[in-house]
Design a protein around this ligand. Structure first.
Ligand code: SAM
Length: 286
């Protein structure tokens, strides 16, 4: 409901609307009381969670928690994630999946990076994640929606990590906010940073199976992508699989399986499915 009101009166992202932002700060202490009572007190405040997860069903942290667990299971089942894996999450927001992985990565290492400074400050200052020794870093990369003043373009950014240094790299709902040249460069960089045999998992909306997804029509844009937003395409982007395969090939990665389709989006006959809200692509470095 809040989301709909905001979208009609404001062209950008719902949580950026000043009235919604003020309302969220009023709700923060009530959300915290409910979370603490339900054993979810470690999660970030609602006004921070909505920056990466939207307004829908965010109150009380239950959805934040359940999606974190679903993704941890998907990574363990499909990307070979183990308790000692070295993991990089690009576009980690305030740490939804860092919390989800905190039980799994007992002897491993997690690094989360994001361009949204308040989300990274929240994750860095979170005492639960500090105890787990999970690391978070801010990147000043430009994105029209999340970091419009960012200094470096995503299509030429070089990550400050060594070659062959991660077992698993994953991105959730990040390429859905990036345009083709940016996605191509990020996948190339991921190919460089993954160890041989390491896995990449990311979410997207696969346009080959229909440009309608969960009530959104992806009708704007041309070539390898479509967007559901007429002006700021980065607000919601889906990709055709040929383009993604081309990027993977250039990065010397190979898709390990057919796309895994979200049960929330639309029905794709005979496909593998995920409860996650977007389609999944998994690839491996040969
Ligand atoms: C919808 S949120 C998802 C956050 C997190 N992955 C999750 O699912 O909880 C998208 C995130 O991608 C980040 N992002 C957008 N463009 C990025 C880029 N070029 N590099 C790294 N992060 C980016 C945003 O700052 C935002 O935190």
């Amino acid at each position: 409901m809040l989301q709909r009101i905001s979208q009609t009166i404001f062209q950008g992202v719902s949580w950026q609307h000043p009235v919604i932002a003020a309302g969220l700060r009023v709700l923060d202490p009530i959300d915290k009381l409910v979370r603490v009572a339900g054993g979810r007190g470690a999660y970030p405040p609602m006004s921070i969670r909505v920056r990466s997860n939207g307004l829908r069903k965010q109150f009380n942290g239950k959805r934040f928690e359940s999606f974190g667990k679903i993704l941890a299971e998907e990574l363990a089942n499909r990307s070979g994630l183990k308790r000692d894996s070295k993991v990089l999450e690009i576009g980690c927001g305030c740490g939804r999946f860092a919390f989800g992985l905190s039980d799994v990565l007992e002897d491993g290492a997690y690094t989360g990076i994001d361009i949204d400074a308040p989300s990274i400050v929240s994750a860095k200052n979170n005492t639960f994640l500090q105890r787990k020794k999970f690391r978070f870093e801010h990147l000043d990369v430009h994105n029209a929606e999340y970091n419009p003043t960012g200094k470096v373009s995503a299509n030429e950014y070089r990550f400050e990590f060594d070659d062959n240094s991660f077992d698993v790299v994953f991105l959730v709902s990040v390429f859905t906010h990036m345009l083709p040249d940016d996605v191509r460069n990020y996948i190339k960089e991921i190919g460089r940073m993954l160890k041989p045999g390491g896995h990449l998992m990311f979410t997207t909306f696969v346009m080959d199976s229909g440009t309608k997804f969960d009530g959104n029509d992806f009708v704007y844009g041309t070539g390898p992508y479509r967007s559901s937003h007429p002006e700021m395409h980065e607000i919601c982007v889906g990709y055709y699989i040929d383009f993604l395969d081309e990027c993977l090939r250039e990065a010397r990665l190979v898709r390990t399986d057919d796309p895994v389709y979200s049960t929330k989006g639309r029905s794709v006959p005979d496909a593998q499915t995920t409860e996650f809200g977007q389609d999944l692509i998994i690839a491996r470095k040969g």
